[in-house]
Design a protein around this ligand. Structure first.
Ligand code: NAD
Ligand code: IPM
Ligand code: MN
Length: 356
């Protein structure tokens, strides 16, 4: 029996709704496989935890998580009660940084049965490789002076190692796909960082003669995501550009509630973390209508990471069929609840694969 120990952090808001149903889906997958088991250990670390304990996780929280094969997280943030900079730096970003999860992989593709806002969704299938450890998300800067003279400074930090790592990952990924990498840049003379980014991109592409490349300024690229997403295969982007592009990726599929993500630790020293692109959605929390697909597809990415790609493919095929048959939450034009959609996915998985 192959056993994976998973740390589960539902977090805040709809994380608490979409994570439990996704664990049921993972258990169904394990049942179908027959030789696979997931052991879950749940941690209540969240804004509620902060209100009780004055911190987002215990002092030894990172140490505790380091013993797991993977971390499955919903979303963090309840800005009505805890300021986002406290909750995010205290938990989400802390995990990404402590475990050197330097790459964030975020796919978007045309999905059967989804109500894409694109007039012609054209079968797009792309993956954003988001640099996940530095760039615009640096701790360098601050607020100085007070009152009318107040100034806020945010320094972006791009290291050669960090940038090369993201580029290399993107090119290697492209070799397994359609062989094309697009760089998201903004090197028209405004920032110091982006001509540097371009240099590293151009150096890396010399080593990959089988990969075609393009480079677009992020503003134009964001527009192409909406008008011609089918031209993209792998896109390599800085932390902030990648963050913004991947919400658009969700939107062109039909809802940000569908978009999955994986924060990957590349050196194998620490666990990777699997959390969807979306946040805690306080505006719909408690109604039972959050779309579970983003979290379930994120579970598929965890299966891929554990080299159970065949199982992951089975799961995504079933999710797509269930969606196509009209089992949908309101964000994609349906009337079903989170639980109804997830239950249908579980029973369809059982029906489709239990006899094979
Ligand atoms: P959000 O992603 O939570 O919500 C944006 C919009 O998308 C909302 O209208 C919401 O209802 C909708 N939405 C999101 N997920 C959905 C789903 N699964 N099903 C249906 N609709 C869905 O972004 P926000 O409102 O900017 O942020 C809310 C909180 O979440 C903030 O505290 C923010 O910092 C945090 N956040 C956390 C993460 C994370 O933990 N990974 C990611 C993004 C935002
Ligand atoms: C994401 C989120 C986070 C990010 C926030 C909540 C810090 O938007 O995972 O996309 O910007 O990385
Ligand atoms: Mn985001």
């Amino acid at each position: 029996m192959k056993t994976y120990d998973i740390a589960v952090i539902p977090g805040d808001g709809i994380g608490k709704e979409v994570v439990p149903v996704s664990l049921k889906v993972l258990d169904t997958i394990a049942e179908i496989h027959g030789g696979l088991k997931f052991n879950y250990t749940e941690f209540p670390w969240s804004c509620d935890y902060y209100l009780e304990h004055g911190k987002m996780m215990p002092e030894d929280g990172i140490q505790t998580l380091s013993n797991f094969n993977g971390i499955f997280l919903g979303a963090i943030g309840n800005p009505n009660v805890v300021a986002d900079h406290i909750s995010l730096w205290g938990l989400l970003i802390k995990i990404r940084r402590s475990f050197e999860q330097s790459i964030n992989i975020r796919p978007a593709k045309y999905f059967k049965g989804l109500r894409s806002p694109l007039v012609n969704p054209n079968d797009f299938d792309l993956i954003v490789v988001r640099e996940n450890s530095e760039g615009e998300y640096s701790e360098v800067g601050g607020r100085i002076h007070k009152g009318e003279d107040e100034i806020a400074i945010q320094n972006a930090v791009f290291t050669k190692k960090g940038t090369e790592r993201a580029m290399k990952y993107a090119f290697e990924l492209a070799l397994q796909r359609r062989g094309h990498v697009t760089s998201a840049t903004k090197s028209n003379g405004i920032f110091h960082s982006m001509p540097f980014w371009d240099d590293v991109f151009n150096e890396t592409k010399q080593k990959y003669s089988d990969v075609q490349t393009s480079s677009y300024h992020i503003d134009a690229l964001a527009a192409f995501f909406v008008t011609r997403p089918e031209i993209f295969d792998v896109i390599v982007a800085s932390n902030l550009f990648g963050d913004i592009l991947t919400d658009i990726g969700g939107a062109i599929m039909g809802s940000i509630g569908i978009a999955p993500a994986a924060n990957i630790n590349l050196n194998g020293k620490y666990p990777s973390m699997f959390e969807p692109v979306h946040g805690s959605a306080p505006d719909i929390y408690g109604q039972g209508i959050a779309n579970p697909i983003g979290q379930i597809w994120t579970a598929k990415m965890m299966l891929d990471h554990f080299r159970e790609a065949e199982l992951g493919k089975k799961l995504l095929d079933v999710v797509e069929d269930v969606t196509n048959d009209g089992f949908k939450t309101p964000d994609i034009g349906g009337k079903m609840s989170t639980i109804e959609v997830a239950d249908e996915i579980c029973s369809r998985l059982q029906k489709t694969y239990s006899l094979s």
